[in-house]
Write a protein that binds this ligand. Structure first.
Ligand code: ABU
Length: 366
């Protein structure tokens, strides 16, 4: 076993796949407010995800793990903790945890380093514990592994804009987009905050999205932490920016898939194009009723895909149009049934963390 991964496309040798066990609909907290009235969880209520949904998600996660193993990819799994327990620090107490799907939000591998992100949901404060058994195992197996954790945030009220959600939902789409463009969202700049899934890895270049869970200080922390990389702060035209991996998706050197519903900053597109990258707009997802129950993800989970190597990509089985598009771009598509996992917070990319991909650090934007 070893830890090594510099980008999202080199041949995959070892991956972590999340679990849905014990996932909770979170109690409202400053960073996020779940509101699922049709499913018995109107704003203010919380509790375990329905058992049949958890079982269906686990069945697909387990089957995906088997499918990866059959292709020669080693698979590790997290160890869930009891997410129904209250979460507390000396500063605050929150009634629930969340889950350990999607792991991509918490962990990022850059070279031989695995970094635990700060996160900004109080309900996710202890989620890193689910991954510690795997990280300890890797630390013992690979003498070159760097095991890092970004500073645990305080997440006091000072880290959040008071009354943000009440105000934000009254704004028009244009007003919301203006707030996104200014990065005037729920997080303050009290302390560095970021989710690992807001980082897209392209060798020397790391693109970090400012979002509802990543602030400027978080990007600054990453820039100082990775001095040998070019760390780019990026934004997209999206009223609810949350994780870059359903928006700007690397496929292989020279080819990036873009969710055109969330237009990219022209400077970002230019950076890619002057370096001879092709930016391809993804086709529409298969269904706008993607996850009818308890889902906080958009149908654009369609493009939340996992490369097995630069020519082979796992795509959710119902996303037939996307599969055709990728086939036309010279990719072999591996269909993976994964619809039931969506309500737990992600698609095939979110549900995984690269531990080992072959290949080394390269500069794709010289
Ligand atoms: N964490 C994945 C977010 C997916 C979406 O953009 O809906």
């Amino acid at each position: 076993m070893r830890v090594n991964s510099w980008n999202g496309w080199d041949p995959l040798r070892h991956v972590l796949v999340g679990r849905a066990d014990g996932t909770m609909v979170q109690a409202p907290e400053p960073a996020v407010q779940r509101d699922f009235p049709a499913d018995g969880f109107p704003l203010g209520t919380y509790g375990p995800m329905p058992e049949e949904m958890t079982a269906a998600a686990n069945e697909q996660l387990d089957a995906f793990a088997v499918q990866l193993a059959a292709r020669g990819v080693q698979v590790s799994r997290p160890t869930p903790i009891d997410f129904s327990q209250p979460v507390s620090t000396p500063d605050w107490e929150h009634p629930t945890g969340f889950g350990c799907m999607p792991p991509r939000d918490v962990l990022i591998t850059v070279g031989n380093e695995i970094l635990e992100a700060t996160m900004c949901y109080r309900s996710r404060w202890f989620e890193y514990l689910c991954y510690r058994p795997v990280l300890q195992e890797l630390f013992e197996a690979d003498p070159d592994m760097r095991w890092e954790a970004a500073p645990k945030p305080r997440l006091t009220d000072a880290s959040f804009v008071p009354g943000f959600w009440n105000e934000y939902q009254t704004l028009s789409k244009a007003e919301q987009l203006a707030r996104v463009a200014e990065h005037d969202l729920v997080l303050t700049e009290e302390e560095p905050l970021f989710d690992a899934a807001d980082i897209a890895r392209f060798g020397v270049d790391l693109f970090v999205q400012l979002s509802l869970v990543t602030n400027r200080k978080g990007v600054d922390w990453l820039r100082r932490h990775f001095p040998d990389h070019r760390v780019h702060e990026v934004t997209f035209t999206n009223t609810h920016p949350l994780h870059i991996d359903a928006t700007w998706v690397p496929l292989r050197p020279g080819l990036v898939l873009h969710n055109g519903e969330r237009p990219a900053d022209p400077e970002l597109v230019k950076y890619f194009e002057v370096n001879d990258w092709q930016v391809v707009e993804a086709v529409q997802p298969a269904s706008w009723k993607h996850h009818p129950r308890l889902s906080f993800c958009s149908p654009w989970l369609a493009v939340n895909i996992l490369n097995l190597d630069p020519r082979t990509v796992c795509v959710e089985a119902e996303e037939v149009r996307l599969a055709e598009q990728l086939d036309g771009l010279g990719m072999e598509v591996v269909p993976v049934p994964f619809r039931a996992v969506g309500p737990f917070g992600g698609g095939l990319h979110c549900a995984t963390v690269d531990i080992w991909r072959e290949g080394g650090l390269e500069d794709y934007f010289p």
